[in-house]
Design a protein around this ligand. Structure first.
Ligand SMILES: Cc1cc2nc3c(=O)[nH]c(=O)nc-3n(C[C@H](O)[C@H](O)[C@H](O)COP(=O)(O)OP(=O)(O)OC[C@H]3O[C@@H](n4cnc5c(N)ncnc54)[C@H](O)[C@@H]3O)c2cc1C
Ligand code: SF4
Length: 493
């Protein structure tokens, strides 16, 4: 038990001590311990019997906060070795207890109602099999669990309850943008707390949130601390799930490797939450290979606009990213080109050689893309244990928005005290892995239904950002957590 959160090697631990015999069957077997799995498990345990038995199989090991501070890129390096990436585009994720919560930046916008109805409203992409109103209560629950800081009275989406924490202080740049675009510019909601909460201190604005030095941003470890120590839960780290065994249309076990041996975990209900590269890979290796499995790998396209500010103009926001611009997000333009969401980032002081100190602000344009079938995850004939990742093209829909970024940035910059030489850089990754086990109503074009249940194997649930059927610009994690809470509650109530 003592080593569970450390850099300890793979192990199997049952809360309260003692190992379980691997031949036992479980009520629930969960693959992965990132956002999708953890929020499903949290909700499952709230409703499950007191003697329920749950097994969590996690491929990575537990790396505590201290280990991560000593090895800043350690988790990402370990992750890259686990995939066979055939293109120059990066796919960034963590393989460890808590998954992407270890390295995310904790931006937590909701999606807009229109994002769920892209086909109906604008004739492109697909509709989601559920709408904003179906998810709204679960958004509130996920925000409560993460203790999201945001404005309760001024958001671009409707809310049925206030944010649990007050918003961060806008930067001076945000205030100027808010004055120019009062209905299109908002506080950026985030799981970086403005007030101390549980194990988490308030955010101190140090701006390196990928690995928060004071452990303020929400992680599975600091925000859901009782999850894996619940007496009903057995956690096995270093356990890499390879396949689902399906007999007569029902999943009967997960097949996994641990300690160099192939093993089986038998159960009643199974959850795959192993991210957008491994979820489809596991299904493909299980011969659950419908036409949509692994197809439509997508993430948003992002562009940094780096803006040196005039002398004496300091942003002074109270966290790393403080503002959200919606001027280019929703509207009739989405018939022809993707939505763009603009994040404002305060970045550290820099000195011009021999000149005064200046500060910069970064405007990050996050551009909607569409899933295309040629972008995909496959099983490699050379090494079936590593997902083969192929990303061939961006949609014309995203590229049309990319071509407008210069002009749209000028519109925003007109309100700001800008020095010359604004620079733009297209990023190689937005660190969101979407679309490879899409949700939908038609099994010919999707893998799971609106409750995240596999279309044909009805005791198999797939969670996480792989279920997104489109890629709107809002960061995905809050939405995928709300989907997990909803899926668990519908299965158990
Ligand atoms: C640098 C960075 C910054 C980010 N910032 C934000 C942000 O600000 N806002 C936001 O919304 N999102 C952000 N994201 C994205 C966010 O991390 C992902 O959306 C989220 O982690 C996806 O959740 P998931 O449950 O699908 O997968 P994950 O959280 O990746 O969880 C998958 C889990 O499965 C485990 N696993 C993998 N394969 C196997 C296997 N075969 N067997 C068993 N276990 C396995 C992994 O170790 C991991 O624990 C960021 C990501 C990165 C990399
Ligand atoms: S701004 Fe600093 S304190 Fe706040 S979450 Fe990011 S790294 Fe942590």
């Amino acid at each position: 038990m003592a080593d569970r959160q450390s850099g300890a090697p793979a192990r199997r631990v049952r809360a309260g001590g003692g190992d379980l015999a691997s031949a036992d069957g479980y009520d629930l077997v969960v693959a992965g311990s990132g956002f999708g799995s953890a929020f499903f498990l949290h909700e499952y345990l709230r409703h499950a019997r007191r003697d329920a038995r749950v097994l969590v199989l996690e491929k990575g090991v537990a790396r505590n906060h201290a280990w991560q501070l000593e090895h800043p890129l350690g988790l990402q390096r370990e992750a890259q070795r686990a995939i066979d990436n055939r293109t120059s585009k990066l796919w960034v994720f963590n393989l460890a207890l808590g998954g992407g919560s270890n390295c995310w930046w904790a931006a937590t916008p909701r999606m807009l109602p229109a994002d769920f109805e892209l086909r109906t409203r604008y004739g492109v992409g697909r509709d989601w099999p559920l709408g904003y109103d179906d998810l709204e209560p679960y958004y509130g629950d996920a925000e409560h669990l993460m203790q999201v800081a945001g404005p309760s009275d001024d958001t671009p989406f409707t809310r049925s309850r206030p944010y649990p924490q007050p918003p961060h202080t806008l930067s001076r740049v945000d205030e100027l943008l808010k004055a120019s675009f009062p209905d299109k510019f908002f506080h950026l909601p985030c799981a970086r707390p403005t007030r101390a909460t549980g194990k988490r201190p308030p955010c101190c604005g140090s701006g390196v949130c990928g690995l928060c030095p004071v452990d303020a941003k929400f992680t599975i470890a600091n925000g859901l601390p009782g999850l894996f120590s619940d007496p009903r839960v057995t956690l096995e780290t270093g356990a890499s799930v390879d396949a689902v065994d399906v007999q007569a249309g029902q999943a009967t076990s997960l097949i996994y490797r641990s300690g160099g041996r192939e093993q089986r975990a038998r159960g009643e209900l199974f959850v795959l939450g192993t991210n957008g590269l491994f979820n489809p890979h596991i299904l493909l290796r299980s011969s659950l290979d419908g036409p949509a499995v692994g197809r439509g790998l997508v993430e948003q396209l992002s562009v940094d606009v780096d803006v040196p500010l005039a002398e004496g103009a300091f942003p002074l926001g109270s966290t790393s990213m403080t503002g959200h611009g919606y001027a280019f997000y929703d509207g009739p333009h989405r018939r022809r080109r993707g939505a763009a969401l603009v994040e404002t980032w305060s970045v550290p002081l820099f000195a011009s050689p021999g000149g005064p100190l200046r500060q910069r602000v970064k405007l990050k344009f996050i551009i909607e893309d569409l899933p295309l079938p040629n972008n995909r995850v496959e099983v490699s004939p050379d090494d079936p244990t590593r997902p083969l990742v192929v990303f061939e093209e961006r949609s014309d829909y995203a590229m049309a928005t990319l071509r407008r970024v210069g002009r749209d940035a000028e519109t925003l910059l007109a309100s700001l005290p800008v020095e010359k030489e604004v620079r733009r850089k297209v990023n190689n990754t937005e660190s969101h892995i979407l679309g490879t086990t899409a949700m939908g109503v038609d099994p010919a074009s999707s893998v799971v239904d609106a409750g995240l249940v596999h279309h044909t194997v009805r005791n198999l649930v797939v969670v996480g950002s792989s279920v997104f059927p489109t890629a709107p610009p809002a960061n995905p994690s809050l939405t995928l957590c709300a989907l997990s809470l909803r899926a668990a509650r519908r299965l158990l109530s």
